[in-house]
Design a protein around this ligand. Structure first.
Ligand code: GLU
Length: 456
């Protein structure tokens, strides 16, 4: 995908190779004593690029994670950050583990040991490498990792910025948990603001009543599906999960499905829809929007020809393989690529990191001041009009922005601006075949400018 896009960017000889290469990768094997037995764990942290620091990206806990995957995901982070103008390099970590097989105490022991191994070799630090949640990890793990870093560097005043995606009480930021899902929603809204692009996908109108299939109701999928159905009128007609899929053409209640999933660990037996054991077949069902939000390589050469969705929105990292991507493009399927669509997570991570470095919550200084100013405007308006404003109009003036409002506004602005940039690139050159290539070209251009101006 990189090679296809790099042809559309003018670069000094060799720079493309440097941008593409993964700068470093560290593999570690470490022992943890669990219930009197020693278990050995294997993990990686890859730094794909350091043209901006810190390098940023999640840590994944999965039974099948490997070095190549971690390096590829680190590369995606580099391009993702460039696209949304988040001033970071790209990094990613992985630990071979099935987190469901361990209790919280054991996971804490394992996570702290992994964090120590990474931190002592410079693979965790607020200034050079900042992890975040990914598959199998969440706020809890980020809190343990940041605390481990603090113990190793007790005099680092910015220790809390060693990870992002922490619980709010531990220096996290409001809106981070749902940020990737929100970003997906903002990306789709922006897409539907461009009728030409919507027509390009063979669709029309806005998001309301669009039929969507979602794969994966994890942190990303759940929030994206819930926001899109509750706030934009999207009809989720199928949810694909680990143990199969549940389908209801009239639309599924996402919160209800999620509750069932939490309780029973799957969708089998959910009564408000038809159950299909072979979930991946449901990817091929007719719909307007297909939203893969689970694992990579879900749409491959084996099923690409049967995919009926005219629009694929990559909420997961790498859900469509390179060869499948080409097949889909030939059939005119529009794909909004992962390096744009799921960049909301790292965008809000950036806000969290800034909050941590400035040691103050966004809005803390100005909120009441804004309210006071709004109050004064309302009073002037009311005296000029000689009547009281209705409560909702008053509120529009007098509510100062809370941290969550600012996070949402910053994220929305970021997703809109990035879409417009990619779109401009796509329409500016006839030969650019699709949005993904345009997105990569935008990212490569920005990274190359950074290298050229900085010097090598
Ligand atoms: N793991 C997320 C991703 O793949 C978030 C990374 C971050 O916030 O640093 O984008």
């Amino acid at each position: 995908m990189f090679d296809r896009a790099v042809k559309f960017v003018e670069l000094p000889e060799g720079l493309g190779d440097q941008i593409k290469a993964c700068n470093s990768v560290f593999q570690v094997q470490f022992p943890v004593k669990l219930n009197g037995r020693i278990e050995i764990f294997t993990g990686w942290r890859a730094v794909h690029s350091e043209h901006r620091l810190p390098a940023k990206g999640g840590i994944r806990y999965a039974p099948k994670v490997n070095q190549e995957e971690v390096e590829a995901l680190a590369a995606l982070m580099t391009y993702k950050c460039a696209i949304v103008d988040v001033p970071y390099g790209g990094s990613k970590g992985g630990l071979v583990i099935d987190p469901r097989k361990y209790n919280a105490d054991q996971l804490e022991q394992i996570t702290r040991r992994f964090a120590r191994e990474l931190a002592k070799r410079g693979y965790i630090s607020p200034s050079t490498n900042v992890p975040a949640p990914d598959m199998g990890t969440g706020p809890r793990e980020m809190s343990w990792i940041a605390d481990t870093y603090k113990h190793l560097h007790p005099t680092d005043i910015n220790h809390i910025a060693a990870t992002t995606g922490k619980p709010v009480s531990q220096g996290g930021i409001r809106g981070r948990v749902e940020a990737t899902g929100r970003g997906v929603q903002y990306a789709l809204r922006e897409f539907f603001r461009h009728p030409e692009d919507v027509r390009h996908a063979g669709l029309e109108g806005d998001l309301d009543e669009k039929r969507m299939i979602i794969q994966g109701l994890g942190n990303v999928g759940y929030h994206a599906a819930r926001f899109l159905s509750d706030e934009d009128g999207v009809k989720v007609i199928a949810v694909i999960e680990r143990d199969g899929a549940v389908v209801n053409e009239r639309g599924l209640d996402i919160d209800d499905v999620a509750r069932f999933l939490r309780h029973f660990g799957g969708v089998r037996g959910y009564s408000e829809g038809r159950y299909f054991e072979n979930g991946t077949e449901i990817l091929e069902m007719e719909c307007d929007i297909l939203l893969p939000a689970a694992l990579e390589s879900q749409i491959t050469v084996y099923n690409a020809d049967r995919i009926k969705a005219p629009l694929i929105v990559e909420a997961a990292n790498g859900p469509v393989t390179y060869l499948a991507d080409a097949k889909l493009r030939d059939r005119g399927v529009v794909i909004l690529p992962d390096i744009y669509v799921n960049a909301g997570g790292v965008t809000v991570s950036y806000f969290e990191w800034i909050k941590n470095l400035s040691h103050i919550r966004f809005g803390r200084l100005e909120r009441r001041y804004e309210e006071l100013k709004g109050q004064q405007i309302v009073e002037i308006l009311e005296s000029l009009l000689n009547k009281k404003l209705p409560t909702y109009e008053r509120k529009a003036f007098t509510d100062g922005a809370r941290e969550l409002d600012l996070v949402r506004s910053g994220l929305d602005d970021t997703m809109r601006a990035a879409y417009r940039e990619i779109r401009e690139k796509f329409y500016s050159r006839e030969e650019i075949p699709d949005f993904r290539t345009a997105a990569y070209a935008v990212a490569i251009k920005k990274i190359s400018t950074s290298y050229i101006e900085m010097g090598i």
